[in-house]
Design a protein around this ligand. Structure first.
Ligand SMILES: NC(=O)c1ccc[n+]([C@@H]2O[C@H](COP(=O)([O-])OP(=O)(O)OC[C@H]3O[C@@H](n4cnc5c(N)ncnc54)[C@H](O)[C@@H]3O)[C@@H](O)[C@H]2O)c1
Length: 431
């Protein structure tokens, strides 16, 4: 049955999922929008032919009107997730909610209780579970191919351009502003994956170290200015200049740097992009060494599970190239792969003459990569929204399904890891 869906927060993320209404119009229809920024609201209204009475300033205005759809895609920013979702649940909507779905432990409990009280569905946008790379690995674990998992090693390398645009100059640069730490904003996905791969076995203990010592005033080169394109004498030689990172590569993170320009082909010119990056009120114009950023540059998380399996996760910002690596060791074999290559191997001990082990290679390129037909995140974006629509239609969930109850352990783990990094204590995880 076709499901009617409203967009709350018509930003970059919501519009990725809304695209499913175009690829599968027999499954999902966009029937409303709640968004404070007029250009964004008007863009969605035009794209989906929405009448004015279905366009709202914000979630508060939306929930004041009688329910007129099945579900809401909540793509507001991190600190608004729980507040807006509780209102939407009370108004009778099922919700697809962006990650991190909460900004602290207390908010996790608040949302959990709202779901129990209303009996509604909340699914979290842990899109990587839907990327063929991770979904295929999970299937092999469920098949018993490597036995019981005893160790997981995962890493996320965040490229220098992504780190600077998102976490030094960008909207996640400061925990007091966005609500999220680097670990939760960037890698709650990876913690979720580690817990999901352990299939119901709970993490019981976590320790973490984190460091923030690179993008700070103490490291600013001598003679550097405050605004790259306005007063910096060394701008031409700086690899972090907004000219190098943004103007010369507008295709990379344009949705974060010039979000408003995405809505106007006329305005989206090289001249206008540069004009904005000369404006001191635009946070992207600032010297990378002199921002109000306060996130970690890198963090290590160590986890013990109830069955004594161990896991480590390394998050490193400002790397040469982006990469997510995974190595899982089980009692009967191991799995090793790199998401960005869309390939993994399954290895087993082989005691035959002249042999040490045998290896089976899986190449998933044919199943959609980051630029493929199934959207970003290794092909996860559109697979996730498809699963959400199927689930609210009463169909059986896929193995990747990210219902709130399945996503809670990963978030609690992340908040505990941040507490550990802050207090230098090992944290016990209780229910
Ligand atoms: N799943 C992923 O892999 C992934 C990737 C990137 C970002 N995210 C998450 O997605 C979320 C959205 O990110 P984005 O880059 O699209 O943000 P964005 O800033 O582009 O969009 C958020 C929108 O919400 C609107 N908004 C603010 N208050 C509102 C209210 N009360 N009611 C309705 N709308 C309101 C804003 O005006 C804005 O247009 C964030 O939480 C982010 O962490 C997830």
């Amino acid at each position: 049955m076709i499901k009617k869906v409203i967009i709350a927060g018509a930003g970059h993320r919501s519009l990725c999922y809304a695209g499913y209404a175009q690829t599968a119009p027999d499954k999902m229809q966009i029937v409303g929008v709640a968004e404070p920024i007029k250009e964004r609201r008007d863009f969605v209204a035009k794209a989906y032919n929405l009448p004015p009475e279905c366009c709202f300033q914000d979630v508060d205005e939306l929930v004041n009107r009688e329910k007129f759809a099945d579900a809401v895609i909540n793509g507001t920013m991190d600190a608004l997730h729980v507040e807006t979702t509780v209102k939407l649940l009370d108004a009778g909507y099922e919700v697809l909610l962006e990650k991190p779905f909460a900004i602290n432990h207390a908010e996790v409990i608040e949302l959990e209780e709202a779901v129990k009280r209303t009996g509604r569905i909340v699914m979290i946008c842990h899109v990587l579970r839907y990327a063929p790379f991770y979904a295929e690995i999970k299937q092999r674990i469920l098949n018993g191919d490597i036995g019981r998992i005893v160790n997981i090693q995962a890493t996320e390398h965040v490229s220098y351009h992504h780190y600077v645009v998102g976490y030094v100059r960008g909207k996640w640069r400061n925990k007091e502003i966005s609500g999220s730490s680097f670990l939760m904003a960037k890698s709650c996905h990876d913690l979720d994956l580690i817990v999901w791969l352990k299939s119901g076995i709970k993490p019981v203990r976590v320790s973490s170290f984190g460091v923030a010592d690179f993008f700070c005033r103490a490291n600013a080169p001598k003679n550097s200015g405050t605004l790259c394109l306005v007063d910096c004498p060394i701008e031409k030689d700086c690899i972090y200049s907004v000219r190098q990172l943004c103007l010369n590569h507008p295709e990379r993170w344009g949705a974060y740097i010039w979000p408003e320009l995405d809505y106007s082909a006329e305005l989206n010119t090289p001249e206008e992009r540069e004009r904005r990056l000369r404006d001191p009120d635009d946070r992207n114009s600032h010297c990378v060494w002199k921002c109000d950023n306060n996130l970690m540059d890198r963090q290590t998380v160590m986890i013990e599970f109830a069955d004594h399996a161990l896991a480590t996760f390394n998050l490193i910002g400002n790397c040469t190239r982006p990469q997510r690596k995974l190595h899982i060791i089980g009692t009967k074999g191991e799995i090793e792969g790199v998401l960005d290559e869309n390939k993994f191997v399954v290895r087993h001990i082989d005691v035959s003459p002249n042999c040490e082990y045998r290896e089976e290679c899986f190449n998933l390129h044919h199943m959609g990569d980051t630029t493929g037909a199934m959207g970003g995140h290794g092909g996860g974006d559109l697979r996730l929204i498809k699963d959400f629509i199927d689930v609210i239609n009463g169909e059986p969930p896929s193995i990747s399904c990210t219902l709130l109850e399945d996503s809670i352990a990963g978030h609690k783990l992340g908040f505990a890891a941040d507490l550990s990094a802050q207090t230098h204590q090992c944290i016990e995880l209780n229910d």
